[in-house]
Design a protein. Structure first.
Length: 125
């Protein structure tokens, strides 16, 4: 949490209003969402999807360990699924490495959206 707070507080891209909103959001998350989140079991509740399923995971995420994310992805049943590590990224991989994240979206997800008649067989990379 300290690393996350410091990254927002000292970033020149955030205004005081942004920092205030971030702080309020974190308090809401911790007080209102966290109790339910820690009781949620994705393996029990959400292991089957009728739509394509992808996990784009930061390789150095300490909040959601890459090994657990990959294990979960392996256990998911979906018509198409995929797992990709985003290099040099943590929990916010899409924001820390946007070019890599966009590349994965373009390579893995876009073909499914632009040509739905040619959905490939289930894959895991």
């Amino acid at each position: 949490m300290k690393l996350l707070k410091d990254s927002v507080w000292y970033s020149p891209e955030y205004s005081l209003r942004d920092i205030w909103d971030f702080s309020r959001g974190m308090h809401f998350s911790l007080e209102q969402l966290l109790p339910d989140a820690v009781r949620f079991d994705a393996w029990q509740e959400c292991a089957r999807f009728d739509v394509p399923f992808f996990v784009f995971q930061g390789d150095s995420d300490v909040l959601t360990l890459p090994s657990l994310a990959e294990a979960y992805c392996n256990d998911v049943t979906a018509p198409v699924k995929g797992f990709a590590l985003i290099r040099n990224a943590g929990h916010f991989a899409a924001f820390l490495q946007p070019e890599q994240f966009l590349k994965e979206l373009l390579v893995r997800v876009r073909p499914l959206v632009t040509t739905p008649a040619s959905v490939p067989a289930a894959t895991h990379a």
